[in-house]
Design a protein around this ligand. Structure first.
Ligand code: GDP
Length: 288
């Protein structure tokens, strides 16, 4: 099975079964599921089984890392998820931008539950959430940001199993402190490419030139202006094969090897580093 995570999580069938079991065990304890996806790749950063695994609970989708994604695309994604009947919002969990709206989205997603609590005379009853997502989507960052200084363990409250710990976030919101770490859809090579673009796959197991060429495929289509601007590539060059554009990037940077050939390996590493360093601006690789 592919070792697809930077965190060296290796997904074996045993781990997957254990994760499924844990989610199923915890699901009855929560009111809803918060799913973190990477706003740059909202398809490729979702777990293929999550819909089915958590279908019994309302779900809030957080398009995280919106600070590095294309703002127009993020707006399209939110509309798309909402049209599908889900609750979605864009956030930057690192700075907390957008999280102020979480409360409002919770109220919409759990309107029935909140009304039922009021009916039962428990208007202040905490609303509990499980946080899930594939590695590196920002689950821990979200939990830490939400809890802030309120971080509190309430594990010995009645009705809570010993192993579960709740993080209080104020506003009557509590999160299960251990997020559900899910696997990506690794049987699709295009998913692997996109995880590689954003640096979520160990670089050692990838061929930089291959990934850079695939990145150029996408850039040519959606963000040719960025390539033209940064690497002094002409508009006409956009008609070239992606590998030839990679050569142009190498030439623009004076990357030659002995014999005068372009060092495309170095050009590839440079392109990937510069993209990940934010030098090409905010990009989104998937559209609804
Ligand atoms: P987890 O594996 O899902 O728990 O992900 P982490 O919370 O460990 O975050 C993975 C990486 O993404 C860390 O380097 C975080 O600093 C970074 N990160 C998390 N949220 C954001 C965000 O909103 N924007 C940006 N640019 N980076 C983020």
């Amino acid at each position: 099975m592919a070792d697809i995570s930077k965190d060296t999580v290796q997904w074996f069938p045993g781990h997957m079964a254990k994760t499924r079991r844990k989610i199923k065990e915890n699901l009855p304890l929560v009111d809803a599921v918060v799913e973190l996806v990477d706003a740059r790749i909202p398809i490729s950063s979702r777990n293929p089984e999550l819909d089915e695994l958590t279908s019994s609970k309302p779900r809030i989708i957080l398009l995280n890392k919106c600070d590095v994604a294309d703002a127009n695309a993020t707006a399209q994604w939110i509309r798309h998820f909402e049209e599908m009947g889900a609750h979605a919002m864009a956030v930057d969990c690192k700075t907390g931008k957008g999280l102020g709206k979480f409360d409002e989205v919770v109220k919409a997603a759990l309107a029935d539950k909140i009304a039922a609590n009021i009916e039962k005379g428990m208007p202040g009853k905490a609303l509990r959430f499980m946080v899930v997502g594939i590695p590196n989507t920002g689950k821990s960052t979200f939990i830490n940001k939400m809890s802030g200084r309120n971080r509190l363990k309430t594990a010995d409250k009645p009705g809570v199993t010993r192993t579960s710990q709740w993080v209080a976030c104020g506003n009557g919101i509590e999160l299960l402190d251990t997020p559900g770490v899910l696997w990506p859809k690794f049987d699709d090579p295009a998913v692997g490419d996109k995880l590689a673009f954003i640096g979520s796959v160990k670089d050692e197991i990838l061929d930089a030139e291959t990934i850079a060429v695939r990145l150029i495929d996408v850039l040519k289509r959606d963000y040719s202006d960025r390539l033209i601007e940064r690497y002094k590539i002409s508009n006409e060059d956009m008609e070239l094969e992606s590998y030839e554009i990679l050569e142009k990037i190498g030439i623009a940077r004076g990357m030659k090897i002995r014999g005068g050939e372009v060092d495309t390996e170095r050009a590839a590493v440079t392109l990937l580093d510069e993209y990940r360093g934010g030098k090409l601006g905010r990009l989104t690789f998937e559209r609804p």
